[in-house]
Design a protein around this ligand. Structure first.
Ligand SMILES: C[S@@+](CC[C@H](N)C(=O)[O-])C[C@H]1O[C@@H](n2cnc3c(N)ncnc32)[C@H](O)[C@@H]1O
Length: 451
């Protein structure tokens, strides 16, 4: 593409945005094909939702053909370029102990957030271009960021969506945490709301907030100069562009211990105001799955993506425990499936079966670790039972040899630490093949197939 500078508009330029001859450097991506690797039946029937495990650039590229203009609402909470590595603190066993210095598994770091400004701008530009084509003609994007990158993202949004397409710059104000004595404490994030066209979904009445109890208007309305009386709306006042919503604090019941987890109330407001029941809502940096969980609760279809193991594991547990819930599938590229299988072959499961008629119960008896894997001392020191190392497990009692579709799934959560080691009785459907899958606190996924 040849550069066509517009004399009357400003543009953000970073090293590498253009070739030396002035032509635009095109994004580098391959539209890989994703396959379903796990399928979770729903507690209600309906269209299945999709959770992609991989780089969102590859996912968005693969959706360009299947779903152009097919997504009604996209929320993005990308890395903020904080310079940090966000580690997931993994609780262990019934007591929920977090051993110091553990774990050592490669992806124990939930994600890296270290960026040069040019590579950050390029990364976001490539993705926002694909997102623009995926959005429905009346679709909306809510892009979450903070003071580190908001100045750059605003300029990139104007370039990709067109001038004037940023409808609002929402300030999410929160309290809590420390206070600075060197500068004003940074207590807000920015959420840009951009639309694909000049038509969009906006249900402001869905998200009214109650008037303050001290409001005179709320008590008796107001009388205009002409004598007309205006009465308050029974549901409260329309929300403006400064949102006071508490962060997910350490004691919060919705906390899943994923770093940078956003409050459900924030996503509830965005999804209610900018989509309709049945619409497709997507989050391509879904982390612990906040957007997906809220979309599910509000009767929207959803599509999520994250490249991190802990994000996918946390989101999968979070969604699987919702009821009512539609079916959902986990998808990966063939290449990722193969390389992950290799990384995870650190042992095998010891299991026994309790059979009765056409049902079977699976009993987990232990894990035989391969000699290449050593449990870190910090973990071994506080471990009281081998199963302390398990975080979740599931059974597919009629495994077809390819797709893992558990009929039974158990996991630990922040509030529910007990993990049963005997499954419920499961009908074998006469297939004769069982697949058992576990995820441990190091992130390994072990699979055992029994005939
Ligand atoms: C700020 S966190 C999102 C937190 C999320 N909103 C929540 O409530 O849990 C950003 C996420 O983006 C993911 N991520 C970063 N780069 C990615 C990429 N290229 N493809 C997919 N996921 C990515 C990280 O693994 C991380 O989980």
């Amino acid at each position: 593409m040849t550069r066509t500078p517009k004399s009357n508009s400003l543009e953000l330029v970073w090293p590498g945005k253009y070739h030396a001859d002035g032509t635009v450097r095109e994004p580098q991506y391959l539209a890989e094909s994703f396959q379903t690797v796990e399928h979770y039946v729903g507690t209600v029937t309906g269209t299945e939702n999709l959770l992609y495990w991989g780089d969102n650039l590859a996912v968005m590229a693969s959706l360009q053909e299947e779903l152009p203009g097919g997504i009604d609402l996209i929320y993005l909470d990308p890395p903020f370029a904080t310079g940090d590595t966000f580690a997931m603190t993994i609780a262990m066993g019934e007591q929920g102990i977090r051993p110091k210095g553990a774990p050592t598994w490669k992806e124990a770091h939930a994600y890296q957030d270290k960026w040069e400004s040019a590579s950050f701008c390029r990364m976001m530009m490539e993705r926002l271009q694909l997102i623009h084509t995926l959005l429905a003609p009346t679709g909306s994007l809510f892009l979450h960021c903070d003071h580190r990158t908001d100045w750059a993202l605003r300029a990139i949004l104007e370039e990709v969506f067109g001038p004037g397409r940023v409808n609002n710059q929402i300030v999410w104000h929160y309290t809590g945490g420390g206070r600075s004595k060197r500068r004003f404490s940074r207590k807000h994030d920015t959420i840009f709301w951009a639309t694909k066209s000049d038509k969009w979904t906006f249900h402001i009445d869905e998200i009214r907030v109650p008037y303050k109890p001290t409001s005179g208007y709320a008590k008796g309305g107001i009388v205009s100069a002409s004598g007309k009386r205006y009465m308050p709306h029974p549901d409260g006042t329309p929300v403006d562009d400064v949102w006071d919503i508490p962060i997910v604090n350490p004691m919060s019941h919705e906390r899943v211990d994923y770093p940078t987890q956003k409050p459900e109330q924030l996503l509830d407001r965005i999804i209610r105001v900018a989509s309709n029941p049945g619409d497709l809502v997507a989050d391509f940096f879904c982390g612990s799955g906040t957007t997906l969980a809220v979309a599910e609760k509000l009767g929207r279809r959803w599509l999520g993506c994250d490249q991190g193991h802990w994000a996918i594991h946390t989101a999968r547990k979070r969604i699987a425990s919702l009821s009512p819930r539609l079916p959902f599938s986990l998808l990966q590229t063939e290449h990722d499936v193969a390389s992950r299988r290799q990384q995870e072959s650190v042992g095998f499961l010891r299991v026994s079966l309790v059979e009765e008629g056409s049902t079977v119960q699976v009993q987990l008896d232990g894990i035989q670790w391969s000699k290449d894997f050593a449990i870190p001392d910090s973990v071994a020191d506080v471990m009281t039972h081998w199963s302390d190392l398990l975080d979740s497990w599931a059974v597919d009692a009629h495994y077809d040899g390819h797709l893992f579709q558990p009929q039974w799934f158990a996991h630990r959560s922040r509030r529910q630490r007990h993990l049963p080691l005997l499954s419920e009785p499961l009908s074998t459907n006469g297939s004769g093949v069982l697949c058992i899958q576990t995820v441990d606190i190091f992130g390994h996924r072990l699979q055992q197939i029994l005939s």
